[in-house]
Structure formats: structure tokens, C-alpha cells
Design a protein around this ligand. Structure first.
Ligand code: COA
Ligand code: THG
Length: 581
């Protein structure tokens, strides 16, 4: 079927539906929702048999929905309507929730229902639910809708609140007043729920150190809550995060964004201490807030936030790194590299790099770079730190290395994974193995060595040029990764542990390790890793320090989330004049 996606952005859900529908043979083109006239033009050009809105904030105009069937993918149960569905579901602590495919008409979310799929809720942020349960349910609901449409026999259900299966209702836009934390009365659990319901956007507004911020990415802390301090005050810092006293314990908040930033202040998320460091440092000595680092191998006493964790079970070491949004700044890369080096020095046979629960990795930290005094210098520093990390993984002569991708990965994050000997992914994730959409960035992370080795020169070029997401299953088929596992989160973790243990104890272990080292030696003789790095970085120097500012402009647009002015041709196939070019 010719399907046009009309969407606010090419976010994770839109990407997931895109790869899934293309896999089923549909011809999918994408148009960003810029204004009605441009949407009308896209419809005119593509002549879709169906329009799907996977993530749309504005109304589809009557000029479109009256002539073409438009299916809204709504993140709510049957009958639920409005712009803050998932926020309300989290705040109201719904035990289960759903995704509904409904037809667009003049009344928002009130059209006929084609399919609805429910799922169990999990204690997680809105965007985590969005990338997992909601995306999975949306794929099922959209596929069901397509089947029902094609069958020609299915009658969609009218929105009739008298029907027993229509349990939702209209929910208005959630306001900051609905989200407000009451530090005196809210428990740690309630505070976590409020922050999760607003993460990744808009965040919960609160006042810290006399300034207004939005709060993101919160975790419970048990050990520090005992201290005598005012609720809401900062007890400690760790790796850029702040720990705030609650009435019954404490919470770590890793990221903040300024509310109504003044001139010269940044309007995007940064580690909390970016905003508060000066203030914290100026406190009198006896009132200094302590920095409490936690080494990856430390087993904490009770709940806390530990960004990098190393755990060992028998012959296998597991390294977890949960970086917010999968973005890795220079310091995080260096800390992770040290953790890899530490793990390699242990008596283990297999090292499994677990990444984060939410993302595997999205490469260099574009927000931190944007906020740096010299973004070009910081880009350089960050990519070198990424490269050092990749090198640490590639050069592991005493272990077999495995990557377990639990979440999406993009750009340098994908190539970081390829540094390992074996790459396994959960089958519902989406990979973006390319850099070009970030202002023609060339990329490094030894991709010119790692990628062609896995998929061949021609496909490596195609992946880089096409700039499209690929599903884990496609990635497995093309050899980009070794395997994907179609399991729940827990099922995936169990399989990884079983596979890693099996690998460490298998009779082939010694032979595989020897073979890997031999291959590495041969590769090194043919062309040293240092040479790949040098060539890649020469291109990156042009991106960072050269005359063409495309990368700096694209990064600015990305971190500031500026409205899109047009849909790039690699997504809007209907806008490509000569498709053979
Ligand atoms: N450096 C820095 N940041 C990076 C990065 C990098 N290398 N790579 C990715 N990121 C960030 C993105 O900027 C994005 O940041 P954000 O958390 O500030 O949005 C984040 O990683 C994840 O990106 P993406 O995967 O595209 O978003 P998502 O699909 O996970 O989230 C929503 C989707 C809908 C949950 C989220 O956009 C949201 O909460 N929106 C508000 C709700 C809304 O508008 N609803 C519409 C009503 S119909
Ligand atoms: N019919 C048509 N177009 C649609 C929908 C539809 N476009 C997408 C939409 N469904 C998705 N659902 C909603 C429901 C309500 C609102 C937005 C999207 C909403 N928006 C507020 C407004 O427009 O004033 C602003 C909310 C905000 O700022 O996020 O109420 O069924 N034709």
C-alpha cells in the first residue's frame, strides 16, 4: 500500500512503524507536519492510499481527511482523547493502558476506531513506555488496521461511551499545576511518578537554588535520605546529577532545563550541575555539598543512582551504562573506558557490554557540545574520547566481547557496538547507522574499519548515504549485527546471560579467542587502526573547524528542537524529482 506518514517528527515510534511497514512491503513516504498547505501538497504528490499520523500534535485539515482516510495512532485506550494521554496514565497509576488507531475527523481523537491494543504499565518514564510498550502495541494496532482495511469487510467501531469496552475519556492538556511536586507532603515514590510522567517532555517545573528549572530523569536514593536537611535541598552531587532530600528519603535528578531562559542561557537539557556548579562551589566550606562518586564495581547499599555499573558472575563480566538519552560526553566516555579497562583486568573470559535499559548509545553528546565554550573543540574532544573507548573494546585480546543492545542506538553509538566481537539486539529496537543527517557529519568511531568488515563496502556506503533507520531484524539479515532476540525485557536479559555463560564455558572458547586475535593481527598488518582513525578524524576536522558550518547549524537546530522547515528528501520520497539519482 502507498502510505504517507504525516508526523510532527521522525521520532522513535515513527521510525519503528516506518521500518515495520516497509518490511511488510508497503511503500512508505514521510512528510513533517509543517503547515496545512505543505501537507496538502505532499498528499497531492504522493497520492497515498492511506495516511497515518504516528505522532501528530496538530489537527489534520478537513481538506485532507475528507478526501483520504487518515489513521491517528493515539497512545491511549479506546475512548481516551487529548494531548497528554500517557502523562495522565502514569500520574493516575493505571495498571494497563493502550494504543488506539482511529480515523481522523473534525473532532480530535473522536473518529471511528479501527484497532486498539492494550499493554501492562511499567514503572518507567513516559518516553521509555513510548519507545517500548507503546511502540510494540502501535505496531500491532497499525498492522491490524491495515489487515482490516484490506479485507474490505471490517466495520470500524463508532466512539460511543455507552459501549462497555470504551473505557477512556477526554483528558485535557496536563498543566504544570497538575505536575507540581509538594516537597513537604509527596513521598519519594510520588515525586518519581510525577517526574516520570513528564520525561522526556515537558519536565516537571520546580525551583532549585532560587531558579526555575524543569527536572528530568529521577531515581530513588535510600542511604542519603536520613540526613537532617530541608526537603527539596541538595544533599550531594554525583557525575553531574543532584540528590534532593524528600520527606521520606531522597531522589537523584540527573538533568535540568531552564524555565524561560534569559539571554545567553541555554534552552535545552543539561546535567544538573552544569547550572548549579558555581552556586554549589560558592557555599561556605562547612555547608559544601559533597560529590559522592560511586565506582562501577561498588555494590550500593539500597536504592541509588549508579550511571556505570560493573557486575561479575563467574567467568562473565557485565558492564551497564545508562546515559540519559544515550548521549555520551567526553567525561562519560572516559569513565566508561576506565570501566572497560578495569573489567578487562579481571579474571573473566567474556565481557558483556549491556549499555542502558533505555538506549544502547547515541554517540557524542550534542547538548554538552552546544553548551561548551568552544563547540568545535568540545566536538573534537568528545569524538576522541569515543574513539579511545572503541579502541579499548577492539583491543581485548584476553576476552571475547559481547554487546547486548537493549534499546535504540544511533550514529556513533551503533559503531561503538560494532567494536565488540559479537553484537546482539532486542528485536524491537531501531538502529540509525549513519551520521550524515547531522549536517553532513563524516563520523569516526573506526566506522570505516568496522562497518565494511560486517556488511561489505557497497552496503556500508548505502547505509551511510540513505540515512534511514533499520530494524534489528534487518540489521541481523544484513550482517550489521549478529543476532536479534525476540523476547520481553527480562527474557532478553536472561538469554544474554545464558549465551554469555555458554560462550565462556564452551569448548570452542579458546579457539574463538585465538581466531579473533589472529584476525586482529592480520587486519592491523593490512591497515593499522591508527590509520583509519587518522583518516576519519581528518574529515571530522573539516566538519568541526572547516569553512562549512553545516554540522554546527544542524546541531543547534537539533538541541534547540527548532521547528522543521521542510522534510528532507531521504524521508519524503514523494519530493524526489528523479528517483534514480
Ligand atoms: N546528544 C544529545 N541528545 C540526544 C542525542 C545525542 N547524541 N541523541 C538523541 N538525543 C536526545 C534527543 O534530543 C531526544 O531528547 P529529548 O529527551 O529532549 O526529547 C531524546 O534523545 C530521544 O529522542 P527520540 O528517540 O527521538 O524521542 P522519543 O521518541 O524517545 O520520545 C516522546 C518521544 C513523544 C515521548 C517525546 O518526544 C515527548 O515526550 N514529547 C512530548 C509529548 C507530546 O508532545 N505529545 C504529543 C501529543 S499528541
Ligand atoms: N483529527 C484530526 N487531526 C488530528 C486528530 C484527529 N491530529 C492529531 C490528533 N488527532 C492527535 N490528538 C490530539 C488531541 C488533542 C490535541 C492535540 C492532539 C489538543 N491540542 C491542543 C490545541 O490544539 O490547542 C494543544 C495541546 C498541546 O499544546 O500539545 O488538544 O482526531 N483531524
Amino acid at each position: 500500500m502507498r502510505i504517507l506518514f504525516l508526523t510532527h517528527s521522525f521520532n522513535s515510534l515513527t521510525q519503528r512503524l516506518f521500518v515495520e511497514l516497509r518490511k511488510d512491503g508497503h511503500d512508505v513516504s514521510i512528510e513533517f507536519d509543517i503547515n496545512d498547505a505543505i501537507a496538502e501538497q505532499a498528499v497531492e504528490l504522493f497520492k497515498p492510499e492511506l495516511i497515518i499520523a504516528p505522532f501528530l500534535k496538530r489537527a489534520i485539515p478537513e481538506s485532507i481527511w475528507s478526501k483520504h482516510r487518515c489513521i491517528i495512532v493515539h497512545p491511549g485506550i479506546k475512548g481516551d482523547r487529548g494531548p497528554s494521554s500517557v502523562d495522565w496514565a502514569i500520574l493516575n497509576q493505571e495498571a494497563s493502558w493502550g494504543v488506539t488507531c482511529l480515523e481522523a475527523n473534525a473532532e480530535m481523537d473522536a473518529g471511528d476506531i479501527w484497532a486498539s491494543v492494550d499493554f501492562s504499565m511499567r514503572e518507567a518514564s513516559k518516553s521509555s513506555l513510548y519507545r517500548n510498550e507503546i511502540s510494540d502495541a502501535a505496531v500491532t494496532a497499525v498492522k491490524q488496521t491495515l489487515e482490516r482495511l484490506l479485507s474490505g469487510e471490517f466495520k470500524p467501531q463508532k466512539l460511543d461511551y455507552d459501549q462497555p469496552d470504551i473505557l477512556g475519556q477526554w483528558n485535557c492538556l496536563m498543566a504544570q499545576s497538575d505536575r507540581k511536586i509538594d516537597w513537604q507532603n509527596d513521598s519519594t515514590q510520588e515525586i518519581l511518578t510525577k517526574i516520570r510522567a513528564a520525561d522526556s517532555a515537558p519536565g516537571v517545573q520546580d525551583r532549585i537554588g532560587g531558579q526555575d528549572y524543569y527536572l528530568y530523569n529521577a531515581f530513588a536514593e535510600q542511604a542519603l535520605g536520613q540526613e537532617q536537611a530541608d526537603v527539596g535541598s541538595i544533599l550531594a552531587t554525583r557525575d553531574g546529577a543532584i540528590c534532593l532530600k524528600t520527606r521520606d528519603a531522597a531522589v537523584w535528578v540527573t538533568h535540568l532545563k531552564r524555565v524561560n531562559p534569559e539571554d545567553g542561557e541555554f534552552n535545552f537539557k543539561l546535567p544538573a550541575t552544569h547550572f548549579l556548579a558555581k552556586q554549589l562551589a560558592s557555599a561556605p566550606h562547612e555547608q559544601r555539598v559533597p560529590e559522592l562518586p560511586l565506582a562501577p564495581e561498588t555494590m550500593p547499599n539500597g536504592a541509588t543512582w549508579q550511571e556505570i555499573r560493573y557486575r561479575q558472575e563467574g567467568d562473565v563480566g557485565y558492564l551497564y551504562f545508562d546515559f540519559y538519552n544515550g548521549a555520551m560526553d567526553s567525561d562519560q566516555c572516559q569513565r566508561l573506558q576506565q570501566a572497560v579497562a578495569h573489567a578487562k583486568a579481571q579474571p573473566i573470559k567474556v565481557l558483556v557490554l549491556m549499555g542502558g535499559e533505555e538506549f544502547w548509545s547515541n554517540g557524542i553528546h550534542l547538548n554538552q557540545i552546544e553548551a561548551a565554550e568552544s563547540p568545535a573543540e568540545e566536538s573534537w574532544c568528545n569524538i576522541n574520547a569515543m574513539n579511545d573507548l572503541c579502541l579499548e573494546i577492539i583491543n581485548s585480546p584476553n576476552q571475547l566481547t559481547m554487546v547486548a543492545m537493549q534499546g535504540n542506538a544511533g550514529a556513533g553509538g551503533v559503531f561503538l557496538a560494532l567494536a565488540a566481537d559479537q553484537v546482539v539486539a532486542r528485536s524491537n529496537i531501531v538502529l540509525n547507522p549513519h551520521y550524515k543527517s547531522m549536517g553532513n557529519l563524516y563520523g569516526s568511531e573506526y566506522w570505516t574499519y568496522l562497518l565494511p568488515k560486517r556488511v561489505g563496502d557497497e552496503q556500508a556506503q548505502q547505509l551511510m548515504q540513505n540515512r534511514l533507520p533499520v530494524s534489528a531484524t534487518e540489521a541481523e539479515q544484513s550482517g550489521l549485527i549478529d543476532a536479534c532476540i525476540n523476547e520481553s525485557r527480562e527474557g532478553f536479559l536472561n538469554r544474554i546471560k545464558a549465551d554469555a555463560t555458554h560462550l565462556a564455558t564452551s569448548v570452542e572458547y579458546a579457539q574463538r579467542l585465538a581466531l579473533k586475535n589472529l584476525q586482529r593481527q592480520q587486519d592491523e598488518l593490512q591497515k593499522p587502526l591508527q590509520q583509519y582513525r587518522y583518516e576519519e578524524l581528518n574529515q571530522m576536522k573539516l566538519n568541526f573547524f572547516g569553512f562549512d558550518p553545516s554540522y554546527h547549524v544542524a546541531r543547534y537546530h537539533f538541541v534547540e528542537k527548532l521547528p522543521k522547515a521542510r522534510t528532507p528528501a531521504y524521508l519524503a520520497s514523494h519530493r524526489v524529482v528523479n528517483k534514480s539519482m
